[in-house]
Structure formats: structure tokens, C-alpha cells
Design a protein around this ligand. Sequence first.
Ligand code: NAD
Length: 351
Amino acid sequence: MRILVTGGAGFIGSALVRHLVRDVGAEVLNVDKLTYAGNLASLKTIENAPNHRFFKADICDGVAMHAAFTEFRPDRVMHLAAESHVDRSITGAADFVQTNVMGTFQLLEVARRYWNGLQGAEKDAFRFLHVSTDEVYGSLGDEGLFHETTPYDPSSPYSASKAASDHLAIAWQRTYGLPVVVSNCSNNYGPYHFPEKLIPLIILNALEGKPLPVYGLGVNIRDWLFVEDHARALHLIASKGQVGEKYNVGGRNERRNIDVVSRVCEIMDRHNPSGGPHERLINYVTDRPGHDARYAIDATRLETELGWKALETFDTGIEKTVAWYIENDWWWKPLRDKVYSGERLGVLKKD
Ligand code: NAD
């Protein structure tokens, strides 16, 4: 099995590539532009694997993508490359539209040309998995869950750009017959998570005795999924998912942001009692503009039709995650020092 993965130096992409290379034994071509969020250090455990190749390229570059397809001849594409941070999309949406919308369009076009040239069993077996987010569905009230049929209602420039890319992917299936499958996942967390996102930011600030920023009242709810459970789900969906269909991915782990932060503080108190109680570092800050109140995924289809089950609960996954950051400062220290040191992003200037 030859799999072309885009965004494989990012958080979820690197977890997926490690899974495909080590556990599945697939041949992987990892295509990534290495933006601030891409990091080859996340692939250190597979750096000598003969079945992994890295190709630094932009998915918006049609010539480079065409070369990647014709030389590697993938049986499958798993498309994760994206700009992914909501706060950054609020202060600068251009890169999100460029990569998430135009880049996906470019990749679909190159894949379509390549797939049109395949024949017989190779053509029938080809799949293009487009990896997306539950944020495309907008915000839930106190009740209810996102289903695959929930209408799209994105709130942020990030989620709007992902919604646009989902529509393109489905349209390329309906119009051109390209064998596309789409997945929509809830918030991920785990090792190798770039420290701009809530959980790694809180862990590292707590480790360094810095304030722990909580947006608004901290009552927004997210449905947390351990990243390795997501990686397994993606492989399953790409292998067994029905062409033209969507699959929601989520771990049934709804938590208020403030409860996530408090849990991290409790774990840090155990690991580092002299720095505690870490809850004293909690600092409520101005809310994110357009902050969705609640996300919650119904993953019944993935569980019943494809037999997926999350292996981690939030409690087991968050313990592993905190322990990983404590043991792996070689990975995050260079990022904190040179790429992003934790300053607030996504605040609108009054002008
Ligand atoms: P990430 O920001 O950690 O990684 C994105 C990767 O894409 C980086 O390695 C970056 O270098 C690469 N990239 C960006 N622009 C590119 C371009 N133009 N060409 C080639 N590579 C480019 O993101 P992530 O959290 O790993 O998310 C991966 C995918 O999963 C995204 O499509 C995202 O929308 C989706 N998703 C994320 C979450 C989450 O909780 N993080 C949840 C559901 C879905």
C-alpha cells in the first residue's frame, strides 16, 4: 500500500505517518511545506524507516504535486495539510483561504488527473481521504450532537475555509467520480502538539510557572480525542469508508475548557508538587471573537459501520500527554524559544 500523506509533519499528520509506517507497514510519501506548524522532529522515531520518504512542497504548487503523484504513484491520498489554528485565522485569514481552499482544490485537480490515468483494479481501489474538523458544523446549544447530516454553519475563518474544502472534496466525487471520503473530527490532543493550542500551552505554562490563559468564563465545551485514536480512525476510514460518504470522529469526551485546565493543574501538582497548586496560575482573559459554545460528536457511524473504538478516555489520554511533555523538552523547548513563546493570538484590534 502506497500512501501519499499531506501535512505529515504536523500534529495529527505526524501521528498518522508514525502509525502507517510503524504499525501498518505502508509505504508513505509525506508531503509538507514545513510552515511554523510543521516539524521534522515529530518524525524522529521513524527517521531511518525505509518505508517513509519526506518531500518538502506546497500543496498549492500544482507542478510539484503532479511530480509527487506521477513519481510515487499512490494507491491512496490522505490530505491533512492545512492552516489549523482558529486564533491565527482571526488575525490573518489569507493563508487559510490559500492553503485550505486553493490548496485542496489544487490537490483534487492533480489527484483527478492521476486517477483518470489509472486503470482496472488500481483505479477502483484508489481513495482520496479529505481530513476535516467538526468546527464546520458551527456551535451546539446545551443539548444534541453533530451527526454526519448536520448542516454546515462555520463561525471562524478557519472553519469556513475547512467547510469550503469539504464541499470541494465532495463535489469532486459527485461531479468527476473521484473516490473521495471525508472525515470530520473533534478536538485532538496528545504528544507533539504545537504549543499554541489549549492543552500543550497550559501544560508548558504550568511547567514554567507562567499564567494559564482561559478564554472568557472557561465554559466553552470541546469533545476531546487522543490523537493516536484519530490516526487509527483515519486509516480505517481510508481503508473501509464508503466513497462519497462522511464519517464523524470523536471520543465522547466532552469537557468545559476550565475543567480541562483544572485537570492539567491536578496532574502537574502530582508531578511537580513544589510548583503547586498550579490552579493559582489560572488567568481569565478576553474571550475569542465568535467563540463557539459547544462541540460534541456522534461517532456512531464510525463505530458501528467500521468497528472503530477510542482506546483512550480523556483521563488516561491527558495523563499520558502531560507525562510526555515533561519527558520530552528536547521537542518543545526549541519551539518555545524560537517559533512561538505563548503570547496571546487572535485578539481584534480596535480601529
Ligand atoms: P497542524 O497545524 O499541526 O499541521 C498542519 C501541517 O500542514 C503542518 O505540518 C504544515 O507544515 C502543513 N502545511 C500547512 N500548509 C501547507 C501547504 N500549503 N502545503 C503543504 N503543507 C502545508 O494541524 P493538525 O492539528 O495536525 O491538523 C491536521 C488536519 O486535521 C487539518 O486539516 C485540520 O483541519 C484537521 N483537524 C484538526 C483537528 C485538531 O484538533 N487539531 C481536529 C479535526 C481536524
